[in-house]
Design a protein around this ligand. Sequence first.
Ligand code: AHM
Ligand code: MG
Length: 339
Amino acid sequence: NKQEAINTDIITLTRFLTEEQSKHKEATGDFTLLCHALQFAFKSIAYYIRRATLVNLTGLAGQSNATGDDQKKLDVIGDELFISAMRSCGRVRLLVSEEQEELIMFDEFPNARYAVACDPIDGSSNLDAGVSVGTIFAVYKLAEGAKGTKEDLLKPGTEMVASGFTMYGASAQLVITMKGGNVNGFTLDTAFGEFILTHPDMQIPKKRAIYSVNEGNSLYWEEPVKEYINSLKYPQEEGGKPYSARYIGSMVADAYRTLLYGGIFAYPSDKKSPKGKLRILYECAPMAMVFENAGGKAVNSKMERMLEVVPEHIHDRSGIFMGSEQEVQKVIDTHKKFQ
Ligand code: AHM
Ligand code: MG
């Protein structure tokens, strides 16, 4: 009777962050502390999502957020948990949340050197049905002498120092990447209360015949998008197989699957939403950094590199196509024909 091999040398997120910090001689530990606060926010949001149906947290809270969506009770709680975690770590000067119209300034920490953008519970229309939702985050380091205003966050995604997301699914999965680094995936072990490194150095497959888009919007799509999606469904070459469709309607869940299996996720701008639906600062840019660092690609509806798009306002939206390198290239090639 063979004994089950037990790993006694587990890499927790805490250990991972400590090891990362020690690689940077000049590091002050501020970023590590900020990540610990993020970690706590993810754990507590995961906890309340698990318990939502039991403690009467399903349904609407009776208010709308900055972008006019009806807020769920859990949206409000997730937002409050996130804001408290960011405030209490003392390392964050500015915070943009999807749920708050105005930029939050932590004036009690005028010397804090980081700014964070987040969507505390993305995909919340799925919550009551128990479908996966997630938290998306982007971390910016403030420039020397930054005034601590909105302008400090109206920067291209290339300025982020870290980004990622946590998906609250069958288990909570945290995906995090740092500027110029690789992408690492952690799974929350609820018994330990720790995120464990389960997916080191994630690499998105170069191609895969899966597309993920809200096809119900096809009436409003621009010609290049119509032609592109049709080319996946009705392949022209002899014996070509059509792509599989997968759409959860939670960006984090659709992105996580795309990262693991490959394929393409798209939320294009269209005639109904000429600027797109998803928000640049806390949905598109952080995801684009994860995808690029995992070897994938992300562009907006003008086929510009998503990470180079500069928002004019903190809640600005964009069209997005992201996924496997070769799949995104097909989108770009189709769009070129129309220029
Ligand atoms: P939310 O931030 O209000 O939850 O909206 C964002 C979500 C994404 O998670 C998802 O990709 C998209 O909206 C789904 O939109 P649609 O229902 O139009 O397909
Ligand atoms: Mg959202």
